[in-house]
Design a protein around this ligand. Structure first.
Ligand code: AMP
Length: 371
């Protein structure tokens, strides 16, 4: 089949690499100014602005059978226009919800799924009321366009609240969240095919540095049946209630075994990259399978699996000599804090996996060195 991907970053690259193996062919929709290095050689890149009409854009993309996304910040109007001509998966509606924190949290609440306590605010007075109700520290996030901790403010006291409230006129709509006192951050990658067959990966435990994902460990340790059941319930509810098609990623806070959803991503996710080398069908292959109406493949790894992100650095060649690691390099230029690749690692037992993750992290991020 012909598949067009909105976006030209590393997730588009890895989706296309997985899909090429299955005989699919790809094209890519680039936003103005978007870098396209990651998808170089994988199919034609079409500038969205060169073809304002959906039919003309599809023609330029080589008449794809399916349009999918590698990011949530895609014009919903564009996707709706494309959906009149071909399958768009996930649906424009799922993407519309997930690209706005307020809509997303409201949708979760309506499905009875726990989130951090939150209030939506649009001006200084409503910001002050919300923070006073939710208490300090308060996490204030822009409803749109925030990722990896960007466009976020952590308010610890009335002074910082007043300073932010004074700027409200120049800020976009915001969501205020009360602090969740979580023990750790988890995520689940879930997939549903056009015909409704679902597959869930094991929970991953994720660690961040400066708001950016650094490592994932799979399966997350010490998950009891009750926590597992909550995760499955959340994933199945979303997939089924939304008639979702493709991979859906669910970021979770684990607060003493109680799960709250932090964020959803209507796409493959950095915390699922471990699946490329863990003896399962990868999240990328399963996304392609799901949107081409093929039943999702195996999601249960036989080994313990981990991932370390390469943030603003290339790995030393000696690190890559070890037989338990695989490098995934995004062919991007290296800049501070930028995700330029990742290393996957596998081990027979958890202790060994944790040791290897610690070794890789120490080698890549010497203490005291900024990201
Ligand atoms: P986000 O961009 O929403 O994923 O937030 C970035 C990081 O900030 C998360 O991975 C958490 O570590 C932290 N964080 C965000 N929201 C909250 C919250 N309501 N309570 C506690 N920590 C949070």
């Amino acid at each position: 089949m012909r598949i067009a991907i909105a976006g030209c970053g590393q997730l588009a690259r890895m989706l296309a690499l997985a899909g090429w193996e299955m005989g699919h062919r790809f094209s890519f929709i680039a936003d103005p100014g978007e870098g396209t290095d990651c998808v170089d050689g994988l199919g034609p890149v079409v500038a969205r602005d060169d073809h304002p009409e959906p039919a003309a854009l599809l023609e330029a993309l080589g008449r794809p059978d399916i349009v999918t996304v590698e990011k949530e910040h895609v014009s919903v109007a564009l996707l709706e226009g494309l959906a009149e001509h071909c399958l768009v998966a996930p649906s424009p509606e799922a993407i519309r919800i997930c690209q706005h924190r307020g809509r997303e949290k409201t949708a979760l609440q309506n499905l009875g799924i726990s989130t951090a306590p939150f209030q939506l605010v649009e001006d200084g007075p409503s910001l002050i009321t919300a923070v006073e109700a939710l208490g300090y520290p308060a996490f204030v996030k822009s409803c749109e366009q925030g990722y990896d901790g960007q466009n976020q403010w952590l308010l610890r006291d009335p002074e910082s609240l007043e300073a932010l409230a004074a700027q409200m006129d120049s800020l976009p709509p915001l969501v205020v969240e009360g602090a969740v006192h979580f023990d750790r951050e988890l995520s689940m990658i879930a997939a549903r095919s056009v015909s409704g067959e679902t597959a869930l990966y094991p929970l991953a435990e994720n660690r961040h540095r400066e708001g950016i994902l650094l490592t994932s460990e799979v399966p997350a340790a010490n998950i009891n049946e009750e926590t597992q059941a909550q995760a499955h319930h959340i994933a199945r509810t979303l997939l089924e209630q939304w008639s979702y098609v493709g991979v859906l990623s669910i970021e979770l806070f684990d607060e003493g075994g109680k799960l709250r959803v932090n964020e959803l991503a209507p796409r493959v996710h950095n915390s699922g990259h471990w699946s490329q080398d863990a003896g399962v069908t990868s999240q990328f292959s399963n996304h392609i399978r799901a949107i081409t109406d093929t039943r999702p493949g195996n999601t249960r790894p036989a080994l313990y699996a981990g991932m370390v992100n390469l943030l603003g650095r290339e790995p030393d060649a000696t690190l890559l000599q070890a037989e338990d690691v695989n490098l995934h390099w995004y062919t991007k230029s290296v800049r501070s804090r930028r995700k330029v690749g990742h290393i996957n690692v596998q081990a027979k037992d958890r202790a060994r996996l944790q040791q290897r993750l610690a070794e890789l992290e120490a080698a890549l991020y010497p203490e005291g060195e900024p990201l």
